[in-house]
Design a protein around this ligand. Structure first.
Ligand code: ARG
Length: 570
């Protein structure tokens, strides 16, 4: 991959080759310097290779420093501690790259972008309104999708909706017993939810209701016309409702292949598993057992009564995708509670010899301090409520800061800020950490938050507008020069954008992008405090305008990867 890091490492590798000939060393690897005193990058090459090359690491480092090959990238090398080499880039090189950043496609990275990356995310179980428990899979998945697209992959976004399973038997029973037609007309999914909760309550005292539900489910599975019609209706009203929310959140999918979609694929899967003797009969069911050392529970793929299971449908997802796409990689985004499920069915597809790369991207669940959300218990915060509350808070601030904006503009700012805050509160965390839901935290607008970054962006835009008004419009062809350390630090930070995206996509960790953007914003503020942009002699003014504008571009693109919009003014 031709990242900037690899380019720099290449110069050092050449130097090593010049000195040591064809000795089999480990290649030079460089990392971003932890402190500006140590230059822009560093390498521990000398320590890593002292055994191979003989001699102490400091001597090796000295040798490299003394023999650095001609190049127009590295300004100087310095040795630190036991043999670290600190790498300082040439100002001119740095300025030059930064002035071009965001102008090129990432093809130069040389990734293997062939085929399709299929990302399976959001995937709510239908007939329930989306609550904030669904938030994480939806926005983490969306961000992963955006990162892969940005890097040049062809991405297929698939919503594997939970449109099959025991809840439909209960819903059908509840629908017939308790549905209020009026309420159903007004807000169908809310009414279905109520009916479902009603069923749960009633079945505590009347367990026979569970049998009834099982019967209705069986009828549905056997193709009963009326139950089938109801089931279709539940799916439709649910998808209509989700569609509105997805649209509001700027999230979309290429396919909605839910669990039921795989019905025709599952019998073949079971057939293949049994004929290859991967699945065996056990008390009437078909089960896959794993070698003991793998510490995986046996996985039932077909129940005694012939019913298929969640695992069966997921094995089918792999088969279907393998046969219908040119798979580069399959990514599944769900909460941590499904880790065993994914381990099991990934392993089973390996046993089948289906060679496709798969990744389960799991996240910690969001909960209240006193427990997990549960639609059944009725202690959920709906997504819509959360966005509305965020918007109310954002509007209060806009009203105070910018009372003169039109109400239309204010409304738009409120919406963009609220959605930004909500998405960022989630994406800026290590996805594997649990999130305790707190209104003030999720809707915070200060510190490491989206509104803070959106505000940095809007501020740069306002500076550039001022420059334009003063007859000094941004010149994209200006040369970026460094008079002050703060300028150089900002430039060096901007430079890292492609590598950060690459790492974030590879590990499916959007928080790496969030952390990076926060750092960009901080460095921009230091720059802005130290270096007046306007009212300078032209050479400096145009350089600083361009540096500021590049910062804005990086912020916009970076926030875009998190599914967050920017505003020209706020
Ligand atoms: N519907 C499932 C749930 O709500 C998530 C599905 C995830 N995707 C998959 N292919 N298993 O837990």
């Amino acid at each position: 991959m031709l990242t900037l890091e690899n380019q720099i490492a290449g110069i050092l590798n050449e130097t090593v080759k010049k000195i040591y000939g064809d000795k089999e060393t480990r290649p030079v690897e460089i990392t971003v310097a932890t402190n500006e005193k140590f230059g822009d990058y560093q390498t521990n090459f000398a320590m890593m290779n002292s055994k191979i090359l003989g001699g102490n690491p400091r001597a090796i480092a000295e040798n490299i420093v003394a023999n650095l090959v001609e190049n127009d990238t590295i300004d100087k090398l310095e040795i630190a501690g036991p043999g670290f080499i600190n790498i300082f880039l040439k100002d001119e090189f740095l300025g030059n790259i930064v002035s071009k950043i965001m102008r090129e496609k990432y093809e130069f990275l040389g990734l293997n972008t062939e085929g399709d990356v299929i990302i399976d995310y959001s995937s709510p179980n239908i007939a329930k309104r989306m609550h904030i428990g669904h938030l994480r899979s939806t926005i983490i998945g969306d961000s992963i999708k955006r990162m892969y697209r940005f890097l040049g992959y062809n991405v297929v976004a698939d919503n594997h909706i939970g449109d099959w399973g025991t809840q439909f038997g209960k819903l059908i029973v509840g629908y017939r017993k308790w549905l209020n037609q009026e309420a159903y007309k007004a807000n169908p999914i809310e009414e279905l939810e109520r009916v479902y909760v009603e069923f749960s309550k009633a079945s505590e005292d009347h367990p026979e209701l569970e049998d009834e539900a099982r019967e209705e489910l069986k009828k549905l599975q056997d193709g009963d016309e009326e139950n089938y019609r109801l089931w279709q209706e539940f799916i439709k009203v649910s998808l209509d409702e989700y569609g509105k929310l997805y649209k509001r959140m700027d999230i979309d999918f290429d396919t909605y292949y839910g669990e039921s979609f795989y019905h025709n694929v599952m019998p073949g899967v079971v057939e293949e598993l049994t004929s290859k003797e991967i699945a065996v009969e056990d008390q009437g069911a078909k089960v896959v057992f794993f070698p003991e050392e793998e510490k995986l529970h046996p996985c039932i793929i077909q129940k005694k009564d012939g019913a298929f299971l969640y695992a069966t449908s997921d094995i089918a997802t792999v088969k279907f995708r393998k046969e219908n796409y040119n798979v580069n990689k399959l990514i599944y985004v769900t909460d941590e509670r499904q880790q065993d499920h994914f381990r099991q069915f990934f392993r089973i597809t390996d046993m089948l010899g289906w060679n496709v790369e798969k990744q389960h991207v799991w996240f910690g669940i969001m909960r209240f301090a006193d427990g997990v959300f549960s639609t059944r218990k009725g202690n959920v915060i709906r997504l819509e409520e959360l966005i509305e509350e965020g918007k109310r808070r954002a509007l209060e601030i806009v009203e105070e800061k910018n009372p003169d904006l039109s109400s239309e503009e204010k409304d738009n700012i409120g919406e963009v800020v609220a959605l930004g805050a909500i998405k960022y509160a989630d994406l800026s965390q290590n996805r594997q950490s649990p999130i305790i839901f707190e209104w003030d935290k999720i809707l915070s607008f200060e510190g490491n938050t989206a509104p803070y970054l959106q505000y940095s962006y809007a501020r740069i835009k306002s500076i550039l507008r001022r420059g334009e008004a003063e007859g000094k419009p941004l010149n994209e062809d200006a040369k970026i020069i460094f008079k002050d350390k703060a300028e150089r630090n900002l430039a060096a930070q901007l430079l890292q954008f492609p590598t950060v995206v690459l790492k974030a996509a590879d590990s499916c960790r959007p928080n790496l992008v969030a952390d990076y953007l926060f750092e960009v914003s901080k460095k921009f503020n230091s720059f802005y405090n130290a270096c007046p942009i306007l009212n300078q002699e032209d050479e400096i003014l145009y350089s600083r305008e361009l540096l500021a504008s590049k910062t804005a571009e990086v912020l916009k693109a970076g926030l875009g990867l998190l599914g967050i919009k920017t505003l020209e003014r706020m």
